[in-house]
Design a protein around this ligand. Sequence first.
Ligand SMILES: [Zn+2]
Ligand SMILES: [Zn+2]
Length: 264
Amino acid sequence: MRGSIPCPGPEYVRYGGNTSCLEVRCGSRLLIFDAGTGLRAFGRALGEQGPLEADLFFTHTHFDHITGLPFFSPAFKRENRFRFWAGHLLPEHRLYDVLCDLMMAPLFPVPLDVLKADISYVDFKPRETLEPHPGIRIRTAPLNHPNGATGYRIEHRGRAFCYVTDTEHVPGKMDENILGLIEGADFLVYDSTYTEAELPRFTGWGHSTWEEGVRLCDAARVKTLVIFHHDPSHDDAFMDRVAKNAEKARPGTLVAREGMVLGA
Ligand SMILES: [Zn+2]
Ligand SMILES: [Zn+2]
């Protein structure tokens, strides 16, 4: 839910202070999107059930989307199997190498190899369509973010769920890549780090606004907008105001909270 850096504290308890991590269930299949600090709690919630098989898709590899990985307990168990996917790194980088760099002395005490689960790493190119399992189709699109990022559209049994963070919009011009990705979807979880009033101070930082989310959803006939990647300076009282204003602008709009469940 939270962007940039986790923010614990009493003024953040209702919306949550952990950084990005989403669980998507398609039938019996488990898909995870991003490995922010929320991933640690999710790993604990999965508990001792196993063996576990899951796909983890990274929007990109900025800290706030990967730092939960070394604390994801299911990745330490030999009987579990994962595929990690990223679409923003080729041709200069590969996901495996980037994650090795994250867990490297003297920045981190143990290397990536301590994750004993059977993990494979898949680098793909933006705009590729992925089919991790029969009946699950994932369309992807490049986003406008420093070092790149990937937007996802997950299609399963006639439903579509879109996850689009982190991305910056050009004021007055909707992003064609995003419009094409989200057309007619049931949900759009969208980078709403700033409000429109704040945005001019953060040009080039790679983030968008909930107001742009409203415009995109209206233009692409998306059913429900979910405001996401809250700025760490936006406490619960601030987010309550965002929720109220967004409800006025587009009734039914949701503000992401830790543990929130969306029924597709
Ligand atoms: Zn982020
Ligand atoms: Zn980022």
